[in-house]
Design a protein around this ligand. Structure first.
Ligand SMILES: [Zn+2]
Ligand SMILES: [Zn+2]
Length: 233
């Protein structure tokens, strides 16, 4: 089939309207609402990706797009934009009031912190990336602390920069870290396990965490790798 045949067949399914209007698709639509079209190789493809090719503005390498109009089967190329890391990020956040926690609905790491990709393409902690996206990045040598103690919160107003020592002090003030004299023996309590995970997360060594809690490094390794205390989240 020639390119012109292909193009003619494609556009025959599109109701082309004004430049600001949605251009409805009259053929197959998949379960998620995206228009489907048989490509030149005979395979079904998402029509909104093809339309961008046909107008000479192919979508970015990863092929992630979003419809600015919200209508997934719309074929107006001006309504189909590349999904940036930034809009992808905020699409995974349950935004709430300015002082409330904004919960991350994407992937969490094993310690309960949001995981994402930073604008520069590196993988990172969602609460840290959030500060970067609002133009107030946390310097590389400092850690990102939650003032709300909600690990999957990404409200930039709840994220402060600080040192490991700040983080530990926060935890003690919030009663999340038992003091040495309160503990008997070396048996860990639930709170200890949570705290050990926080320490490891903020860059503490396994040995350092083990010493702090009077246990062996093996115990800490087991917690880190989910071999023990998996029931504690
Ligand atoms: Zn549209
Ligand atoms: Zn919060």
């Amino acid at each position: 089939m020639s390119d012109t045949d292909f193009e003619g067949r494609f556009w025959s399914k599109v109701e082309v309207r004004g430049p600001d209007e949605c251009w409805p698709w009259s053929a197959c639509i998949d379960r998620r609402g995206y228009a489907l079209f048989k490509g030149a190789d005979g395979r079904l493809k998402r029509a909104h990706i093809l339309v961008r090719q046909l107008v000479g503005r192919p979508v970015g390498k990863k092929g992630r797009t979003e419809h600015s109009c919200g209508l997934r089967s719309c074929m107006n190329p001006l309504h189909i934009r590349d999904l940036t890391n930034e809009s992808r990020f905020w699409s995974q956040v349950e935004k709430a009031g300015k002082d409330e926690c904004w919960l991350w609905r994407g992937c969490l790491n094993q310690n309960g912190y949001g995981r994402t990709v930073s604008p520069s393409g590196e993988s990172g902690l969602a609460h840290r990336v959030s500060r970067e996206l609002v133009g107030d990045p946390i310097p590389k040598n400092l850690i990102a602390r939650h003032t709300c103690h909600v690990r999957n919160c990404v409200n930039p107003a709840h994220i402060l920069e600080g040192t490991q020592a700040d983080n530990v002090r926060d935890a003690i003030a919030a009663g999340r870290m038992p003091r040495g004299e309160d503990r008997t023996g070396s048996k860990l309590k639930k709170e200890d396990v949570r705290m050990i995970r926080i320490l490891l997360d903020t860059g503490f060594s396994q040995i350092g965490a083990a010493r702090k809690f009077g246990v062996t490094q093996g115990t800490v390794w087991n917690i880190k790798n989910g071999k023990s205390w998996r029931h504690i989240v």
